[in-house]
Design a protein around this ligand. Structure first.
Ligand SMILES: NC(=O)c1ccc[n+]([C@@H]2O[C@H](COP(=O)([O-])OP(=O)(O)OC[C@H]3O[C@@H](n4cnc5c(N)ncnc54)[C@H](OP(=O)(O)O)[C@@H]3O)[C@@H](O)[C@H]2O)c1
Length: 451
């Protein structure tokens, strides 16, 4: 049985150690995964931020160029409207205008086209990064739409054709060295109008793209904070749970180690009333005197030295305890409390303890107190010191197993009764009788359980 218990406790400790090791691995794993996931998420968000930066700078520049071009085109339209009919007389003005269109409007359109190429690439990269992040929970977001940008690119291509047509028509007008028909001036006005409209569309498109990526950036910033918060929360939970498991397993290990260090538990623990009585059944005189007891013999000749070795917990009534305080602890000279075992004193009053002694005060029904005593005794016996009424309460509760009575060779006539209970059917079972000198007859009884 003992070997089986020890093996089971070793097994439980090994299991607890395994749980601790797994929990610690879990903690390290959780920290590692947290680190990797955080790095990956930050990289994803970083890539989007860079892409958004490129897009924003590119479309801002295109917006700026389109605005400048529109101003220029409007001025050109005004000039053509004013001086176009007298082309010959105003040929220096038209020449200058044609030159300006050559040197600024056309290159600006080309510049806008060039600027949009990396913007488009960045839009694609941002779209891919957003798709990757979309695979994470809470991050479903839409990538910026490329349609508006594609439309802008188309407009710019049309613009290129329009500016070429404008420049060609203007150059022909300058070169013909004569006044031109009003229909030609109107056609030029139509072309500038068309260019202005297309530039307006380019501006509107790039502004829409800019607004979209700005909104995306704001949303992703918020989501980044939320995601990092969730990561940290998960890390906290996945650290606290293993920490709790480690704590409980340490408690389990310490419990089993403590139980293995204890002496073997006896399964036959008994509750015994061990006392001395006069021949006529009194354990003390009416005034609690024991003066009749001590001259009858030496306690070392009785079974007491053997008996006390097997005692793990002690119970006594308030008067017995007060007798011991008066005649032992507070005697002159004072003596030490005689028991190393925990002692429960039954009383309804607040009595003083004894420094250095394990004394616990109890009241009420004896059963719950007996359970505490049995647990503390850990397989050893429970000794009911007395008096008789307290021993009777243990008998009433069916908790008394044995009686040891040193019957002294005296009668007292009256006093505190040995056991004020009627124990008739079944009667006590006499287990042994032993003579201790001329002063005592030691009787050992078993209390037969009542059915
Ligand atoms: N001959 C021997 O070997 C021997 C052995 C033991 C004792 N004695 C002597 O016998 C005398 C004591 O006799 P006794 O019958 O008066 O006994 P006792 O059991 O020592 O004291 C009885 C008192 O214990 C308290 N008590 C008992 N049961 C309780 C419960 N369930 N809950 C709360 N308090 C409870 C009550 O005290 P409160 O008033 O505080 O509530 C009660 O008045 C003492 O002089 C003692 O020295 C002799």
């Amino acid at each position: 049985m003992r070997i089986f218990e020890k093996t089971a406790r070793f097994g439980a400790i090994a299991l607890a150690v395994l749980f601790i090791a797994l929990s610690l691995c879990g903690v390290f794993g959780a920290w590692f995964v947290h680190r990797m996931a955080t790095d990956a998420a930050l990289k994803g968000f970083g890539a989007i931020e860079i892409g958004v930066g490129v897009i924003d700078a590119g479309v801002a520049r295109v917006d700026d160029l389109a605005a400048k071009s529109r101003t220029e085109v409007r001025q050109a339209a005004e000039t053509i409207g004013t001086v176009g009919a007298q082309a010959l007389a105003n040929s220096p003005v038209l020449n200058a205008l044609s030159e300006r269109l050559e040197t600024s409007l056309a290159p600006r359109v080309a510049q806008m086209q060039q600027l949009l190429a990396p913007v488009r690439d960045a839009m694609g990269a941002v779209g891919n990064a957003v798709s990757v992040l979309n695979s994470l929970p809470m991050l479903a977001d839409r990538a910026p739409r490329l349609a508006a940008l594609d439309e802008t690119v188309n407009r710019l291509e049309e613009l290129t054709a329009d500016t070429t047509q404008l420049r060609g028509t203007l150059r022909a007008l300058v070169d013909q060295k004569g006044d031109v028909a009003s229909a030609t001036v109107a056609a030029l006005g139509g072309i500038t109008q068309r260019i202005d409209t297309r530039l307006g569309e380019v501006q509107a498109n790039v502004q829409a793209v800019r607004a979209e990526v700005t909104a995306l950036q704001v949303r992703l910033d918020r989501r980044k904070s939320q995601l990092l918060f969730v990561f940290n929360l998960l890390l906290l939970i996945s650290t606290l749970i293993p920490a709790w498991v480690v704590y409980t397993q340490v408690v389990v290990i310490r419990h089993h180690q403590a139980r293995m260090r204890l002496p073997p538990v006896r399964r036959d623990m008994k509750t015994q009333y061990y006392t001395a009585s006069s021949l006529d059944g009194f354990i003390a005189t009416r005034d609690d005197s024991l003066h009749w007891l001590f001259p009858l013999g030496d306690v070392n000749d009785t079974s007491y030295p053997t008996f006390i070795k097997d005692v793990g917990a002690i119970a006594m009534g308030a008067h017995t305890y007060e007798w011991m305080l008066q005649h032992i602890v507070n005697a002159t000279p004072p003596q030490q409390w005689p028991y190393t075992q925990p002692t429960w004193v039954f009383t309804s009053r607040a009595l003083p303890g004894v420094p250095g002694a394990d004394i616990r005060f109890a009241r009420g029904h004896v059963r719950p107190v007996h359970s505490e005593m049995a647990a503390a005794a850990n397989g050893r016996n429970v000794w009911i010191v007395g008096g008789g009424e307290l021993a009777g309460q243990f008998y009433d509760a069916g908790l008394l197993d044995e009686l040891f009575v040193q019957v002294g060779s005296v009668t007292l006539g009256s006093g505190k009764p040995l056991l004020p209970r009627a124990i008739v059917t079944p009667s006590l079972k006499l287990l042994s009788v032993r003579q201790v000198g001329a002063g005592f007859a030691e009787l050992h009884y078993q209390v037969v359980p009542r059915s």
